[in-house]
Design a protein around this ligand. Structure first.
Ligand code: MG
Length: 223
């Protein structure tokens, strides 16, 4: 069973499902030559995809082109169905940083054939996740910096103020159709700058507040 934790708490919280948002930054939609969606694009990763800080991403043999996507993550603390938008943030236990590792060649082939993205997005090790910072300590989840460096060079850098769909909107939207439970994790979409990683690369993702203080760090290598 894959578990996550909140900084300062000894509790190991089992992860149920991982609900991911595609295209939540206009600049990333543009680089993928995709339209800006009118409603959130949602897909799932299995909890078996999770690796923790210090882990290793293993590229499956079906792919020759794995990409990084750095994303703010959201840990659901209190579950619900049809959660109203004005109460949605009360259901969040913590915020963190994650990588939505993607087999871009496998995904492109699936897109071409209008087939699901499951293998390209849900392979083992495709969901590196940091520890979560308690939601109570975050003043505004829509003003946090997300950044990724690969081998020490910055590859992705943005701020959650650029979200097309904010966290409260996502929780309300998803929970109309899929019940959310304690321990579910949301990946909130990646900004522009996605690119290939190869064996031996070292990735470091950070979530920082507007003052530049580090809230969560995630370091993984590619095996
Ligand atoms: Mg993504």
């Amino acid at each position: 069973m894959h578990t996550v934790s909140i900084q300062g708490s000894p509790e190991k919280i089992p992860v149920g499902k991982i609900v991911c948002v595609g295209r939540n930054y206009a600049e990333h939609a543009k680089e993928m030559k995709s339209d800006i969606p009118e409603s959130p694009v949602i897909f799932l990763k299995p909890s078996t995809a999770i690796i923790a800080n210090g882990g290793r991403v293993l590229i499956p043999s079906i792919s020759k082109d794995v990409h990084h996507e750095v994303e703010m993550t959201v840990l659901i603390g209190e579950g619900g169905k049809n959660i109203p938008r004005d109460r949605a943030l009360k259901h969040v236990a913590g915020y963190g940083i994650g990588l939505d590792m993607t087999l871009r060649d496998v995904q492109a082939e699936a897109k071409k054939k209008s087939l699901p993205w499951t293998l390209s997005k849900g392979f083992d090790t495709s969901a590196p996740l940091s520890e979560f910072v308690p939601a109570s300590s975050i003043e505004d989840p829509h003003n946090l910096n997300v950044a990724l460096s690969v081998n020490g060079s910055v590859r992705q850098q943005s701020n959650t103020r650029h979200f097309i769909f904010k966290v409260d909107h996502l929780i309300a939207f998803i929970s109309q159709v899929i019940s959310l439970e304690r321990g579910d994790v949301l990946y909130t979409g990646t900004p522009e700058g996605v690119a290939q990683v190869v064996s031996g690369d070292k990735l470091e993702a950070r979530l920082t507040n507007p003052e530049g203080n580090v809230l969560a760090v995630l370091s993984v290598s590619v095996g």
